[in-house]
Design a protein around this ligand. Structure first.
Ligand SMILES: *Cc1c(COP(=O)(O)O)cnc(C)c1O
Length: 823
């Protein structure tokens, strides 16, 4: 029997781990699951699965605690269930109670930009001598903050947490959860935020994190922040001490920069004394982030000479986790820039999401500065690796090596340092694996990644997995949770990489995938995709494969249905037949049954009950263009009529779908039972009405191979088409029409983004190379340039040669390496 308790307060849990996403589970028996009901997801759906896995503590929302759920959960032996009004609030209250047990200094960081970098840098700079607890990555939301603060333990001597809000009033809770003693307000951006009336309101809301801090560090050059501190914060926090800094004067600390050839000299004067520091950073944003850190450290009492030593090893923070092809048929997950326990757990989860290879290897360095003893720490890590079914461990560093016995993994090996690994490792022994490379900064694991990854030649297509997720959620929010979603991953997922994109979609639990041809479906199955897959153009010779791989064909004509019936009748296991999808032609006049076929179709289906119809669908010809609205409506009417006729004769319910990406935006009322999402997932809003709501997914980059300075009268490239009319700098890029850079983009039609300047092509595009006029740009050989991406929208590129983004994306050559990343 389970115990059920209604509560409005903190949860008195015995669990060590708080879980809000059922997919992130590591230690079920020691986890408590907070079931959260959001606009797109409902955590309550996963309760039986989690109980099965061994979770015994659950927090449920009263609104979702249905009689069925009550009956089900009451039979769970030894489960503890708390019923609450809001699981998020319960989570927050639980962590507030936890936080209140500790009285260490805690830094709270807010601001529009730089929060994560300031947090990461402070963590690096303060680590010697402190046992830190900090937010992992950019965990700064209403759920991320409590999960981060929950890690605080009696070993810690200092906490650093960042807080981000998207709506008014959210900060009040974050204040109680973090309870910062010192605040840093990094800056305020000009970007308009939906959740706020004005910039002032945004500042006021952010300042709520600091209602109880003793000290606040901020940059006085943001005059609005300065004003709101006096106006709003001081009255509620009268004993507040502020340390303001400025490059313009009038602050507690005066800062000035002198730019040298490769470094910047920073001079600091004022209430914290006079000091000079030198740094490799030269850009405005990095310097601002660094000054926040310097001011904090000086105020904290760290001697300037020690600060100088520590900032010398600071490097740009990469929060990126990259997935790329490796040597010997491996995939490499590159997370080589930091290594803490929670980051490791996240990276292992990402590894677990990948379906491309079965075997999993982890290359892991010592985990630094946790405050735990090595025995405690590596015991947790060893259990984590075991839970995640890691097949092979390659451990690097003296500390992890000293705990070698703790790891119960058959294949394990230990190296004293990174150089020893690079020298002694048997590279051929690592093949057909997913390899996670996760190391603390001082171990320079980028060298290992460099050695294990397949060499990338110049041109790469970078795919932002977070943007893919964002775009998927945008379309999900348009259709609501009742309508299913099929994602089209035909043509190598619109050029973006089918198995990686499909792995992500499977993780996000979309309902269906759609491909054009059987072999595309087979490739998905071979890379571990188990979602239902519709194949739009399955020919009779591939029917065996459909059967073998459980792929579901589209049936679009009398001929193909006749073939399918004949095939099923020949098989001795007709009851195992994959379901089919009936395509109706409502106006595209490409594939599909027309009205004249319906009677025949219905008759055949009744004669052959072994054919299971999963769905009936049609396709809009002009959902992207308003001028075709009337025709789209007509198609919809034709479709629902035809579908109703067929469904009635079948006598069982069938999924109906007609909308593509553009249709979802233009005709959400036609969503029916399912929609088919394509180009929108990849970041192009085909109606152009809500492009701003999507994020850029693909960035096609290449490099400058050589730069030439040419005088008037010279020509560039084949057939002397590129005429030089005045002294010019011409860059040769490592991309040509074989990579998908269309030959029509030659002779000034195409424009490449070169360090902030759009540079026209000159001369004809070659098979492997393109020349651009970089006279106006600031560029050196070896620089990266952008063919399309955020800086140069793919829609503009497509327009310049009279085509559409679909053709550009699917035309990107096979030899262009795809690199996937998440922040
Ligand atoms: C490709 C395709 C889609 C997706 O179209 P987008 O315009 O990319 O959203 C939907 N349905 C069918 C039948 C398709 O072939």
């Amino acid at each position: 029997m389970s115990t059920i308790e209604h509560t409005a307060g903190a949860i008195e849990t015995g669990a060590t781990y708080l879980l809000t996403d059922s997919r992130q589970i590591s230690f079920p028996a020691q986890s408590i699951f907070f079931a959260i009901k959001g606009p797109r997801h409902d955590g309550h759906v996963f309760l039986p699965e989690l109980y099965q896995k061994g979770v015994r503590e659950f927090v449920l929302e009263i609104g979702s605690f249905t009689p069925e759920l009550r009956t089900l959960t009451s039979t769970w032996s030894d489960a503890r269930i708390w019923v609450v009004a809001s699981s998020i609030k319960a989570l927050q209250k639980t962590v507030i109670a936890h936080r209140s047990k500790f009285s260490i200094p805690v830094i709270g960081i807010v601001g529009s930009n730089g929060k994560t970098i300031v947090k990461e840098w402070l963590a690096q700079l303060l680590a010697p001598g402190q046992r830190l607890v900090a937010s992992p990555k950019s965990y700064n939301s209403q759920i991320g903050v409590p999960l981060s603060v929950w890690n605080m333990s009696k070993e810690n001597t200092l906490g650093i947490f960042e807080a981000g809000i998207s709506q008014a009033h959210e900060m009040e809770y974050l204040q109680q959860i973090i309870q910062p003693t010192t605040g840093i307000f990094t800056n305020i951006g000009s970007a308009h935020d939906d959740g706020f009336r004005s910039r002032k309101q945004k500042i006021t809301e952010k300042l709520r994190l600091f209602t109880k801090v003793q000290k606040l560090i901020y940059r006085k050059d943001y005059t609005e922040i300065d004003e709101e501190i006096s106006l709003i914060l001081r009255p509620v926090n009268p004993f507040l001490k502020t340390v303001s800094w400025s490059v313009n004067g009038g602050a507690d600390v005066q800062v000035s920069y002198t730019f040298k050839r490769t470094t910047t000299l920073i001079s600091i004067q004022g209430t914290l004394g006079s000091h000079r520091f030198e740094t490799i950073f030269r850009d405005e944003a990095s310097l601002e982030n660094l000054i926040h850190c310097l001011v904090f450290m000086l105020d904290f009492g760290i001697p300037a000479s020690i600060i100088q030593q520590r900032i010398e090893v600071l490097r740009p923070v990469s929060m990126r986790l990259e997935l790329k092809e490796g040597i010997n048929h491996c995939y490499i997950i590159d997370d080589a820039y930091n290594n803490d326990l929670q980051g490791l757990s996240m990276a292992l989860n990402f590894l677990g999401q990948q379906e491309q290879r079965k075997l999993k290897t982890v290359v892991l360095s010592d985990v630094l500065q946790t405050g735990q003893t090595p025995a405690e720490l590596y015991n947790v890590i060893a259990r984590l690796l075991k839970e995640k079914n890691i097949d092979r461990l390659i451990a690097i560093g003296p500390e992890i090596t000293s705990q070698a016995d703790l790891f119960q993994i058959e294949q394990k090996e230990f190296y004293a340092d990174t150089d020893a690994f690079l020298r002694d490792f048997a590279y051929a022994s690592l093949h057909d694996n997913l390899v996670l490379v996760k190391g603390a900064r001082p171990f320079s694991f980028e060298k290992i990644v460099h050695r294990l990854q397949q060499k990338v030649h110049g041109t790469v297509l970078e795919i932002n997995l977070d943007a893919l997720t964002h775009n998927l959620n945008f379309y999900k929010s348009k259709i609501g949770s009742e309508t299913k979603i099929m994602v089209m991953v035909k043509a190598f997922a619109y050029g973006s990489g089918s198995s990686e994109v499909a792995s992500l979609l499977q993780y996000h639990r979309v309902d269906y995938l759609g491909v054009a041809y059987t072999d595309e479906g087979v490739a998905l199955r071979q890379s571990g995709i188990t979602l239902p897959v519709m194949v739009m153009n399955a020919t009779p010779p591939t029917f065996d494969l459909l059967w073998q791989y459980k792929l579901e064909p589209e049936i679009y004509s009398r001929a193909i249905l006749t073939e399918w019936i004949a095939y099923i009748q020949k098989r001795n296991d007709p009851s195992e037949a994959p379901a089919v999808h009936l395509k109706l032609d409502t106006g595209m006049h490409r594939l599909g049954f027309t009205e004249n076929d319906y009677d025949w179709l219905v008759e055949q289906l009744q004669l052959n009950p072994a054919i299971k119809v999963s769905s009936i669908f049609s396709h809009l010809v002009g959902a992207d263009e308003g001028e075709h609205n009337d025709f789209s409506r007509l198609q919809y009417e034709r479709f629902v009529k035809g579908a109703a006729l067929i469904e009635t004769s079948l006598g069982y319910p069938v999924t109906r779908h007609i909308l593509n990406s553009a249709g979802i935006v233009r005709f959400p009322e036609y969503k029916l039972d399912m929609v088919r999402l394509g180009i929108g997932l990849y970041g192009v809003e085909a109606t152009s009405r809500q492009q701003d709501a999507l994020q850029t997914v693909g960035t096609l980059k290449t490099v400058v191979s050589q730069i030439k300075y040419l005088a008037a009268g010279e020509t560039v490239g084949y057939s002397r088409k590129g005429q030089i009319t005045h002294n010019s700098a011409i860059a040769t890029l490592a991309i040509g029409y074989a990579d998908g850079y269309d030959r029509g983009l030659g002779n000034g039609v195409g424009k490449i983004w070169v360090n902030g300047t759009l540079c026209p092509t000159i001369g004809n595009i070659c098979m492997d190379m393109t020349m651009v006029d970089v006279t106006e740009a600031d560029v050196s050989e070896g620089d990266e340039v952008i063919v399309f991406g955020k800086e140069r929208p793919i829609t503009d590129l497509a327009k310049s040669i009279g085509t559409i983004p679909y053709e550009i994306l699917t035309g990107i050559g096979e030899r262009v390496k795809r690199v996937f990343y998440k922040e």
